[in-house]
Design a protein around this ligand. Structure first.
Ligand SMILES: NC(=O)c1ccc[n+]([C@@H]2O[C@H](COP(=O)([O-])OP(=O)(O)OC[C@H]3O[C@@H](n4cnc5c(N)ncnc54)[C@H](OP(=O)(O)O)[C@@H]3O)[C@@H](O)[C@H]2O)c1
Length: 297
């Protein structure tokens, strides 16, 4: 397939583009700072600057754009960037996909879409959250509407915590745990839906073909609570995790970002399962062991 990919200089995108090219697909990367080589095309999602020729004739567009949720304290300006770095690229690409009759648009979203339902199971039919990240996810998915209305097969990736040693939350939590500072966050009872980075990439590749459309939970089949996650990470790293950081302390240290850590969703991957996807790492111990042992390429 000929695939155009945006937001792929980061953690998930780097692994994804390697997997796609290894599988024989031809990938054109949209880059905000380049192009620096062949297979790249410059764009600016904030001004709408995009070379349509880069997308013309492609079989699919994959968009993973969005500044990191946990990379900075959520100041007023950073919250605007959390929103605009997701909505602007999505709106622009969805509009181009609609105009060009693109067969498929795979667009990032997040599990924060869902309201916290405690221990109740959350499927793709779950209710949206009335939180900052919940509203960002709703706007993010709504920004793909122009493509969907034009008949493009749009897939919204509601990813859980993507576990990989080179990016996302795992390296930060591993460092804390290795320093003997690991412990439950908040009550520890909140469910943290997770997926190994290996399965995240495999699932995105799986969704490129077939007929799945709409939201898809990219989460492992057995979500665990924060307390269970913390304990398992400690076991994998050979460290005790006796501490508990209460919610009020997290709010003082992390500001509003703490709301994303304290909230939980017991999300399960119904659509992925029904589409025949098989997880390589179905359980958290499998995922942590495999990702920790993985060598960077
Ligand atoms: N990692 C997780 O656990 C996780 C969980 C749920 C959802 N997600 C979502 O999956 C996507 C990829 O995650 P990731 O972990 O790979 O993130 P990442 O490493 O931070 O990469 C995000 C990408 O966003 C692009 N970007 C950065 N600032 C931007 C801006 N101002 N405007 C437009 N694009 C910008 C960058 O691409 P370029 O520099 O190439 O443009 C970068 O490669 C994100 O949308 C994220 O919200 C991730």
């Amino acid at each position: 397939m000929r695939i155009v990919a945006a937001g792929v200089s980061g953690f998930i995108g780097t692994r994804l583009t390697t997997a796609l090219t290894d599988a024989g697909h031809q990938v054109t990367r949209l880059t905000r700072s380049g192009p620096t080589g062949p297979g790249e095309s410059h764009w600016d999602p904030d001004t709408g600057d995009l070379d349509s020729a880069a997308l013309d004739g492609a079989d699919a567009v994959i968009n993973l754009c969005g500044v990191g949720v946990g990379d900075h304290r959520w100041s007023h300006d950073y919250k605007r960037l959390l929103w605009s770095s997701r909505i602007n690229p999505t709106r622009l690409l969805a509009g181009e996909c609609a105009r060009l009759g693109m067969p498929v648009l795979i667009n990032a979203s997040g599990i924060d879409y869902y309201a916290d339902r405690g221990p109740r199971i959350v499927t793709e039919r779950g209710l949206p959250a009335d939180t900052f990240l919940g509203r960002v996810c709703q706007d993010w998915e709504a920004a793909t509407a122009s493509a969907r209305e034009a008949g493009v097969r749009v897939v919204n990736l509601r990813s859980g915590l993507v576990l990989g040693r080179e990016g996302g939350l795992l390296p930060k939590m591993s460092l804390i745990t290795r320093l003997f500072l690991g412990g439950r966050l908040g009550s520890g009872d909140q469910y943290w839906p997770w997926i190994s980075a290996t399965d995240e990439i495999r699932a995105i590749v799986h969704l490129l073909t077939g007929s799945v459309t709409g939201p898809v939970n990219l989460t492992g089949p057995y979500p665990v609570t924060n307390a269970e996650f913390t304990k398992e990470l400690g076991r994998t790293l050979g460290r005790p995790t006796p501490w508990r950081i209460p919610g009020f302390a997290l709010r003082i240290v992390l500001g509003q970002f703490a709301e994303a850590i304290i909230a939980g969703r017991r999300a399960i991957p119904v659509v992925l399962h029904d589409s025949g996807f098989q997880f390589e790492h179905p359980t958290l111990p499998d995922a942590l062991a495999a990702e920790m042992a993985r060598r960077a390429r």
